[in-house]
Design a protein around this ligand. Structure first.
Ligand code: SF4
Ligand code: SF4
Length: 355
């Protein structure tokens, strides 16, 4: 990934398109509401086509349609069809609330490659974060989508609410014949003390990741994945594979091979980072992507403190969003890392004014 401390020719291989800021839930762990106020009107289908064209022209190969809640974007099937026509691998995320049999069929007909439904553990755990009455609709959405022929997966956010029942949760999904299961840790939105209290900290995060790795062995027919920079410490083969690659692939991808487009066309490094690098409807893509100081600092892993000095910096990098919410410093250490006993010394570092 790195050569002489510089990342080589990054391209936005993956783009998350936040089609709308509207949502039919107000989940307590949602990072979207920590962002600076976005325009309430969604971009038109024509404006999104323009942005998709720009991304494809600059090497994008996969998009994930997100929000807010993307099923509330009126022309969602048209966007999927357009992305498919452009040759993009097209995924979408949903909380499942607004899914119907008819919408599921339209999404499949439009060419969606897979649909990820959020399910944050067993019913009580899920509804603690997402509100009462949200669990059954998510399971129903999975059924509608599967019946329509969509490839589905679930994404589970892990926290102290659900980490100890991960095996029970995975067994329940197996009984429902849900084989594709993704996990990621809860990142507290900036300023949310309540969410900070349920975020997994080093010993518990390590245990949760070990549990997930052992479940991968227990259920070889399931596809259990982990969206987590620290997973490189779970398996030496992953570290080898990342080190051998010529393209950016390991650890935190903020500013590296992925970007996020906000509902108003702003380009951000990650869904959980509230930094706008420039607006794609107003500025040239290359100016934003290549010249923005924040993106360059992220992709070149210019951290300090324990992450900056760490030998795993290039293949891990820690979660920058976690560093930001815990220390108010984007380039401080990941507070979930169990490899750095002196991580608290981050407090003495001051955040640089970049971007
Ligand atoms: S110190 Fe930072 S880069 Fe090193 S292993 Fe921990 S999180 Fe990853
Ligand atoms: S900051 Fe990096 S590791 Fe954290 S959620 Fe964003 S891309 Fe993932």
């Amino acid at each position: 990934m790195f050569k002489n401390g510089k990342v080589r020719s990054p391209r936005p291989l993956l783009a998350v398109l936040e089609l709308t800021s509207k949502c039919n839930l107000s989940c307590r762990h949602c990072s979207f509401f920590g962002l600076p106020r976005l325009q309430s009107r969604d971009m038109s289908f024509r404006q999104w086509k323009r942005i998709i064209d720009i991304l494809v022209d600059n090497g994008c190969e996969r998009v994930t349609l997100s929000g807010g809640e993307p099923t509330l974007y009126r022309r969602l099937p048209d966007i999927i069809a357009y992305c498919s026509r452009k040759g993009l691998y097209t995924a979408m995320t949903t909380n499942g609330i607004a899914m119907t049999r008819s919408l599921a069929a339209k999404l499949v007909e439009a060419g969606v490659d897979y649909v990820q439904v959020s399910l944050d553990g067993l019913m009580k755990q899920h509804e603690t974060l997402r509100g009462s009455g949200t669990y059954e609709p998510a399971l129903r959405a999975l059924k509608f989508l599967s019946d329509a022929g969509a490839r589905v997966c679930i994404l589970c956010v892990i926290s102290t609410l659900n980490d100890r029942s991960i095996p029970e949760f995975v067994a329940m999904l197996q009984s429902l014949n849900i084989r594709n299961i993704g996990f990621e840790r809860l990142t507290p939105p900036v300023g949310s003390d309540r969410m900070m209290q349920i975020a997994l900290r080093p010993a518990r995060l390590k245990r949760a990741l070990q549990t997930i790795y052992s479940l991968k062995k227990e259920y070889p027919e399931a596809r259990i994945s982990l969206n987590e920079p620290l997973k490189v410490h779970m398996d030496a083969r992953i570290r080898q594979a990342i080190r051998g690659k010529r393209t950016p692939s390991g650890g935190c991808f903020a500013g590296g091979f992925a970007c996020v487009i906000s509902p108003n066309g702003d380009l951000r490094p990650c869904t959980r980072l509230p930094f706008n690098a420039g607006n794609l409807l107003k500025m040239n893509f290359n100016t934003i992507w290549n010249e923005n100081d924040l993106l360059n600092a992220l992709r070149n892993r210019r951290m300090w403190g324990p992450c900056g000095a760490c030998r795993h910096r290039d293949i891990c990098g820690g979660c920058r969003a976690e560093a930001l919410s815990s220390y108010g410093d984007l380039f401080a250490c990941d507070p979930g890392c169990w490899l750095q006993p002196k991580r608290r010394s981050n407090a003495k570092f001051k955040s640089a004014q970049i971007g």
